[in-house]
Each structure stands twice: as C-alpha cells, then as structure tokens.
Design a protein around this ligand. Structure first.
Ligand SMILES: NC(=O)c1ccc[n+]([C@@H]2O[C@H](COP(=O)([O-])OP(=O)(O)OC[C@H]3O[C@@H](n4cnc5c(N)ncnc54)[C@H](O)[C@@H]3O)[C@@H](O)[C@H]2O)c1
Length: 318
C-alpha cells in the first residue's frame, strides 16, 4: 500500500478490524487518513461529497476512487457520498458505515471547505456554509455516532470509541481573512474538551488535530508550493506532504490511545505538538464594586502581565 503520491506505507495491525468513518476522505488530508487506517488493518468508510474547495458542486466519484484504491491494494473500504453538513446526511454516513461493516469504532471529522473573505465583505452565506460543514458537520456525525455507542453500552458491550476533530492553526491562533473558518475551527477545539468530559463514561475519547499540509485548500497560499518544493529538494523530506498528518490520527483512532482525551495536537511534517489550552492568566481582585474609570490604568497593567496572543506559527507574538 502507498501514500497518495506513491511513497510506500509500512503495513501494520495497529487498527486491525477497527471500523472507521472518515469524512471528506476523497482528497487531501482525509485521503491519506483513509489509506493509512486501511494499511493498519482498519475497515474504512470513505465519505466524500466531492465538493469544490468552496463547497460548491458534488463529484461523487471522489469517495469511490479512494475506496477502490484501498480495495485494490488488499485493504477494506467502501464509499459514501453523503453531505455531512446536514443532520440527515450525517446520519446516513454513520448508518451506512454500521451497515457495511457491522459496527463503528472511529469517527474522523475531516470534511472541510473554505470561503475566505475579509470580515467587512463577508456574506451571510459565506459564514453559514463554512460553519455548516466544519462545526455542524462535526457535531452531527459525532452525535449520530454517539447514539450508536450509547446503545452499545446499554446492551452491555464494551465501547472503545474514538472521535478525532479537525481544528486548524487558524482557529487556535487566528488568521486574517478567515473569520468564518477560524471561528468554526476554534469552536471545534472547545467542543473537543467538552465532549471528552461528557463521553468518557461511554468509553469514547475525543481529540483534535490542527494540521498544516499542502492540499488544494492551501495551494493558493503565498509561499506554500515553493516552500514544499524547496524542502524536498534540499532535504528529501517534504514537511507539507499531507501523508505526515495521518499517522497521528491513525494512532488516536486505535485502542492504544485510550488514555489520551480532550487534547488538540498541532501536526505538520516531522513535528507534532500538544496545544496548551486557555488558562486563567494574571488576575486582579477587589472586595468592593469595580470602578470602570479606574480600569484605564488597571486593565493595561493587567494585560501587560499576561502572555500575548500567538502568531500563526503558534508562538507568542512579540
Ligand atoms: N491543508 C491544510 O493545511 C489544513 C490546515 C488546517 C486544517 N485543515 C483541515 O483539514 C481538513 C481537510 O482539508 P484538506 O486540506 O485535505 O482539503 P481538501 O479540500 O483537499 O479536502 C476536503 C474534502 O472534504 C470534502 N467535503 C467538503 N464538504 C463536504 C461535505 N459537506 N460532506 C462531505 N465531504 C465534504 C471535499 O469534497 C474534499 O474532498 C479540513 O477540515 C481542513 O479545514 C487543513
């Protein structure tokens, strides 16, 4: 079995017989997830609507091609072309996985679109469509999967469920021109923490990744294509290859990751990091009602003691 660009994949048994639903797995990062879960013995439902980067259109062959690729190389996969941004589409994607393979162990919420626009010009549709695919889609697929896992637990089965959300540096750190996308991705990081707390009792862990890779979604970003080419020429290792994202997701989907939940991982090329969450920083206290006029001095002094926001690399802005 190989990655999408033909590099060899080391086969293994880390996910032997695990049943995995990957949304948006017809292309890019999700395609690599599908190949690498299958290479580790998982049965994979390749969901993809076949949308354009902006969410328009539907090329229903995208999911089937990936399923065919996996089956041709000895793995097990089927295709599903439902739109996960709708409640009913998400339900069908989950139900068809259970019907095809007799269960469900892992949901990788990966489907995504972009409608970048400076906020002053952003339309209602650009906001709604991006929130629908990323945030509602991840909610809806997970919610239907949880129905299944809850019924399993009630029936006395042991569940080792895994949910992997796909956040983004744009959501964790903020990126100009992506108010809709970044807000959805930040919400997914928050959802990860809440669901980890709620679903642990069912045997379900919930983690997220914030990846960076060269796909059709990022190929228009300044410098991405050139940087990937340069790194490959100079070192023989392309840190922008989407194939480097999947190994972490495959491990998070395995039973070996049971102790890890509620975490957001940054991942690009040869670097994996754990994003450190919001914490309460410096505080000031009062035993009397606050005087807003005094804040003119107090608040800048308080903010001056706090760590700054991060830049897009995740480091504190200087
Ligand atoms: N590429 C990056 O650097 C990067 C960075 C941060 C986050 N991400 C996230 O990673 C995920 C994958 O992105 P990618 O770069 O591989 O992009 P991509 O465009 O190559 O893949 C996204 C896939 O999602 C599918 N899709 C879109 N809407 C769908 C829907 N409603 N139902 C089912 N499938 C749908 C598309 O058809 C497409 O195949 C996205 O969530 C994206 O936001 C990517």
């Amino acid at each position: 079995m190989t990655t999408a660009d033909g590099s060899p994949l080391v086969p293994g048994t880390l996910c032997a017989d695990r049943i995995v639903l990957i949304t948006g797995a017809g292309r890019g990062i999700g395609h690599e997830h599908a190949l690498q879960f299958a290479a580790q013995g998982a049965k994979v439902m390749v969901n993809d609507l076949g949308a354009g980067v902006d969410g328009s259109g539907a090329d229903r062959s995208a999911a089937q091609l990936v399923a065919d690729e996996i089956n041709a190389s000895g793995g097990t996969a089927q295709a599903n072309t439902d739109d996960v941004s709708t409640w009913a589409g998400a339900q069908r994607a989950v139900a068809s996985t259970i019907e095809a393979f007799g269960g469900l162990d892992v949901v990788a919420n990966n489907a995504g679109i972009l409608r970048d626009r400076m906020f002053v010009n952003m339309t209602e549709a650009e906001w709604d469509d991006v929130i629908a695919v990323h945030l509602k889609g991840s909610f809806a697929v997970t919610r239907h999967a949880v129905d299944y896992w809850r019924a399993q637990v009630k029936a006395g089965e042991v569940v080792q469920g895994r949910v992997i959300m796909t956040s983004s540096p744009s959501g964790l750190f903020g990126n100009v021109g992506q108010a809709n996308y970044g807000a959805a991705k930040a919400a997914l990081a928050g959802l990860t923490i809440i669901l980890a707390d709620e679903l642990g009792r069912l045997g379900v862990t919930v983690n997220a990744i914030a990846p960076v890779a060269l796909t059709r979604m990022t190929e228009g970003l300044p410098g991405f294509v050139d940087a990937a080419k340069k790194a490959l020429e100079e070192t023989g290792f392309n840190p922008f290859d989407p194939a480097h994202i999947a190994p972490l997701v495959v491990w998070l989907g395995s039973t070996a990751s049971a102790a890890i939940t509620g975490r957001v991982f940054t991942v690009m090329g040869g670097e994996i990091g754990v994003a450190e969450p919001w914490v309460k920083g410096p505080t000031m206290t009062s035993t009397e009602p606050w005087n807003p006029a005094a804040f003119t001095e107090q608040i800048p002094a308080l903010v001056g003691q706090a760590r700054g926001n991060s830049d897009m690399s995740g480091r504190t802005r200087t």
